[in-house]
Ligand binder design. Structure first.
Ligand SMILES: O=C(O)CCC(=O)C(=O)O
Ligand SMILES: [Fe+2]
Length: 227
């Protein structure tokens, strides 16, 4: 399921993130990519370990935690620490690739399966030309270029690319999630059901049928979740 979630970060959060990104040390992006992806990756990435990097990670993670739609759509079990990239100058781009299936948490022991890939945008579309995140799926390609503060989540299984940035700079955070529910189609059913339940509850208040269907939601989650 490809889902755009608006305003994960508010204006103040975006401004703070940009300030930190401007002061932080950048390095070649190829260091964190797998072998195939490194051949097509041409961007910069924030070097982990700096004070700015830590504050940025906390900023993103706290924003995600506060967001009910993010939780419902991803049902996170583990979230890899967010990373940060910049595409600017000399047509930085990231060619077609699939993200590595398994990554390590810092420390290099705990493995995380990358069920869901995420990009959180810090630049507005007017700040740069090109730089669309293009995600391939069974119905064709989806182009994504969101407002600063917005997030896109998409299946880790997708072939995707970032088109060359030909003017300005595209700043983003990218990270991966291992979900309690491994299968994308099961997560989608749960998400759609949860959203409909919330809407119906707003329209009708609590009814016996809503209690029953909410139970069905939780019982499906119980059946499918691996916590
Ligand atoms: O910059 C992006 O939106 C995506 C980056 C990406 O695909 C990756 O780092 O694997
Ligand atoms: Fe990727």
């Amino acid at each position: 399921m490809l889902l755009k979630i608006p305003q994960i970060l508010d204006t103040a959060g975006v401004a703070r993130a940009r300030q930190l990104l401007a002061a932080a040390p950048w390095a070649d992006g190829r260091t964190t990519a797998g072998r195939q992806a490194a051949q097509v990756k041409n961007n910069e990435q924030l070097q982990p370990g700096s004070e700015q990097h830590r504050e940025l990670q906390a900023l993103v993670l706290q924003a995600l935690e506060k967001h009910p739609q993010f939780f419902s759509a991803t049902l996170p079990k583990r979230v890899l620490p967010p990373l940060f990239n910049r595409y600017a100058g000399s047509a930085n781009a990231y060619g077609s690739h699939v993200d590595q299936a398994v990554r390590y948490l810092p420390g290099g022991v705990q493995r995380v399966r990358t069920d869901i890939s995420c990009t959180l945008f810090f630049s507005d579309p007017a700040d740069y030309d090109g730089g669309d995140l293009v995600i391939e799926h069974s119905y064709g390609e989806q182009r994504v270029k969101l407002a600063a503060g917005d997030l896109v989540v998409y299946p880790g299984t997708s072939v995707h690319r970032v088109e060359p940035v030909t003017r300005g700079a595209r700043l983003a955070s990218f990270f991966w999630i291992e979900s309690m529910v491994r299968a994308d189609e099961q997560r989608r059913l749960l998400y759609e059901m949860d959203m409909s339940l919330m809407k119906l509850r707003g329209e009708l208040g609590e009814t016996a049928e809503l209690v029953q269907l909410t139970g069905t939601y939780h019982n499906l989650l119980r059946m499918w979740a691996d916590t």
